[in-house]
Design a protein around this ligand. Structure first.
Ligand SMILES: O=C(CO)[C@@H](O)[C@H](O)COP(=O)(O)O
Length: 218
């Protein structure tokens, strides 16, 4: 496999000690920051002021996943705060192409996420506008859920479309990624792996990252 990025999700980290928690994942490619608004998903986490502070102290780039309503209004500010990659949900965006262009114009990579029941096909023509597709492998909202194998065909179709296009679009998967499931997602064509409990639920997060990396490459 050419590329393998492991992005730990801070949803499973200790929110009272976030700076110290970030220092525990120096071996990661980026830190996945889950922004939830209790409207698009039934959970509430952090918003722009906290993400902007994390951005200032993080040893690795930020990969923000906005599980929020009206990303057209809120997402560009995350790019302005210096977040390296900003992902919005296709189901929530009114104008995904315009929004992706606004993110890129502010220096961020543009990602578009799809919930498990959202088909990829209506969005394939938008690939040239995106840097990443995030295929949710659980229903968004909570960490610690079981990987949904029914999402594997969609990962495969997305990866095939990206390969066919020749575009440098990453395929990210998020939810239930463990040493046991990561190989199936990688085999289907995923290239960026978000893992919360499989990293922060262990004694040594950097060791867990290394084990996930090895399992993805098997
Ligand atoms: O976006 C989400 C959940 O909505 C994820 O980023 C989870 O935080 C992943 O947690 P694990 O399933 O890896 O524990």
């Amino acid at each position: 496999m050419a590329q393998c990025c492991i992005n730990p999700s801070i949803l499973s980290a200790d929110f009272v000690n976030l700076e110290a928690e970030l220092r525990r994942i120096g071996g990661a490619d980026a830190v996945h920051v889950d922004v939830m608004d209790n409207h698009f998903v039934p959970n509430l986490t952090i918003g722009l002021p906290v993400v902007a502070r994390i951005q200032k102290v993080s040893p690795v780039p930020l990969d923000a996943h906005l599980m929020i309503a009206d990303p057209d209004r809120w997402a560009p500010a995350y790019a302005e705060a210096g977040v390296a990659s900003v992902t919005f949900h296709a189901e929530a965006a009114a104008a995904p192409v315009r929004l992706a262009r606004e993110l890129r114009a502010r220096g961020a990579k543009a990602g578009m996420a799809l919930k498990p029941a959202t088909a990829i096909e209506p969005y394939l023509d938008l690939l040239p506008e995106m840097d990443m597709l995030l295929i949710m492998t659980v229903e968004p909202g909570f960490g610690g859920q079981a990987f949904l194998d029914v999402t594997l065909p969609k990962i495969r179709r997305a990866a095939d479309a990206v390969a066919g296009s020749g575009l440098p679009v990453a395929i990210q998967v998020d939810g239930g990624i463990t040493e046991e499931t990561i190989g199936r997602a990688a085999e289907a064509g995923a290239t960026v792996f978000v893992a919360g409990s499989a990293v922060y639920g262990t004694e040594d997060p950097n060791e867990a990252i290394a084990r996930l990396r090895a399992a993805a490459a098997r």
